[in-house]
Design a binder for this molecule. Sequence first.
Ligand code: COA
Length: 189
Amino acid sequence: MIEFDFKELSPADVLEEWQDWFNSDHTQEYTRSGRKIKIAELRESVEQGKKQGNQVTLGIRDVRKNHIFGTAKLGPIDHVHGLADFAVFIGDKNYLGKGLSSRLIESGCEMAFEKYAVRKLHGGILERNIASLKAYTRAGWIAEGVLRSHYNNNGVYQDWIMISKYNPRLYSGDEFSTHAIDLAQYLDK
Ligand SMILES: CC(C)(COP(=O)(O)OP(=O)(O)OC[C@H]1O[C@@H](n2cnc3c(N)ncnc32)[C@H](O)[C@@H]1OP(=O)(O)O)[C@@H](O)C(=O)NCCC(=O)NCCS
């Protein structure tokens, strides 16, 4: 089993060669429009997050090989409402399809709840991003709603599925761990 950890990134840690990750086909549904993230943009986002203290960008490291194979972003953290998003991205294709994703997400959630006292993690997934939908729901996230035909991803309007994970130290009822919509409409396509 691949052992991983998260390393907080500074702009200088972001490598030019990661551009290949963002150009890869498997990232088509990562951004809402399907646009490809640029390295300069990632560096800028890391820097801004540090300056404003509301976003943490992490490298996901294979501990044994000391190799960063993806990134994760916690934020923006909204301290008033106790909200944040947590997005994972496996860039190095050698690490895709190994069932790592839900472990990464679970571990990131634990960090968000324990270290950053986040009350509720929330985000959105495009309907065709099945890998992401499976990864997050396997890590205990629930689908709370859907915005139909919402974003134009490479010319195709897709549903935007709103997902959440409530801090289990604060919430325990079934309503906080049960999907509010039927995901079979996406998973069984
Ligand atoms: C989302 C992501 C982290 C998942 O990683 P992964 O290595 O594919 O995940 P897993 O190996 O755990 O596989 C998850 C499931 O998705 C399936 N899957 C993977 N790619 C798929 C695809 N293109 N279409 C349909 N299903 C796919 C896998 O078969 C697996 O399902 P199974 O276990 O029922 O067979 C990775 O695809 C990624 O980094 N994507 C780009 C960034 C992104 O979209 N992040 C989420 C932000 S919302």
